[in-house]
Design a protein around this ligand. Structure first.
Ligand code: NAG
Ligand code: NAG
Ligand code: NAG
Ligand code: NAG
Length: 247
């Protein structure tokens, strides 16, 4: 008698018998949610500062001392006012050791929980920047000192899709997720979610196949206005996960 269970038992063998046949698209965890469990796991997945150095378009100079795991599970970036004449803040930034690429027919998912400051002069962000050129740039989340959260995609340095939306209670953690999917071997669709709600979908021209740096920084002043706070500003990130939907 034909048995469904025998058929199911044969499935793996059928898959082996048909090389090149894909039954399911694979999801691979590229950065696991355990990445901020300790300084050791932080150092396994991230480097300190920016890929190009310790400054970027703002008033903070970055140092590894200001990017620490003080509570296991949470990365704390700490911007401290120093009043220095070139850089008025010491702060923290990390960037992922691996680059991320949306491949043809594939995709990437980025998600994390953020405790992000929104006062004037504080400019925390979670963003992707081209390894080979700028742009591409996608700001999965950026807070520019206005009380809003911004989601941005750059096609060129001046052709930018930008959505700024009200950011609820900044003293609470909020979850941001971005789903990147190849559209046609060239353009990528990006769906941005805040606390599980789809906020916007943007399209990045020519992003497929472009390797991207992932950067988490607490920059100060610059695009977030001035003067910034003269005390200590903290930006905390937990449950960060990057999942590949590339086949
Ligand atoms: C990680 O290193 C920093 C700075 O060296 C230290 O302050 C912190 O306690 C360490 N975190 C853990 C969880 O050991
Ligand atoms: C932030 O950095 C300053 C200066 O190094 C330090 O005094 C303060 O304890 C840090 N705060 C936290 C919560 O890590
Ligand atoms: C992908 O679609 C865009 C329009 O959304 C078009 O401009 C572009 O030429 C397409 N690319 C390919 C490789 O088909
Ligand atoms: C960027 O390029 C994509 C794909 O061609 C297009 O859909 C989108 O409208 C462009 N963005 C802007 C701001 O023109």
């Amino acid at each position: 008698m034909y048995s469904a269970s025998i058929f199911l038992a044969l499935l793996p063998h059928l898959a082996h018998a048909l090389p090149g046949t894909k039954i399911n698209k694979r999801s691979d965890i590229l950065i696991p949610t355990t990445c901020f469990d300790s300084n050791t796991t932080l150092n396994e997945y991230f480097n300190y500062n920016y890929p190009w150095g310790d400054t970027h378009n703002g008033a903070a100079i970055m140092s590894s001392a200001n990017a620490v795991i003080s509570t296991p599970g949470t990365l704390t970036l700490n911007a401290t006012y120093t009043g220095g004449s070139d850089y008025a803040y010491d702060s923290g930034t990390v960037w992922a050791k691996q680059a991320f690429t949306v491949e043809e027919s594939g995709g990437l998912d980025f998600s994390a929980d953020f405790l992000a400051p929104v006062v004037t002069g504080t400019w925390p962000a979670f963003w992707l920047d081209g390894v080979n050129s700028w742009p591409p740039e996608v700001d999965i989340a950026e807070w520019k000192g206005t009380g809003d959260i911004s989601f941005n995609t750059f096609n060129t340095s001046s052709v930018v899709t930008a959505d700024d939306v009200y950011y609820p209670d900044p003293t609470e953690f909020h979850t941001v997720k971005a789903e990147f999917r190849d559209e046609n071997g060239s353009d990528v669709s990006i769906k941005f979610y805040l606390d599980g709600t789809l906020i916007t979908e943007q399209y990045a021209s020519g992003l497929t196949g472009q390797p991207l740096y992932l950067i988490i920084d607490l920059q100060m002043e610059g695009s977030s206005g001035s003067p910034g706070p003269t005390g200590t500003t903290l930006y905390e990130i937990k449950n960060l996960e990057v999942v590949s939907q590339n086949s």
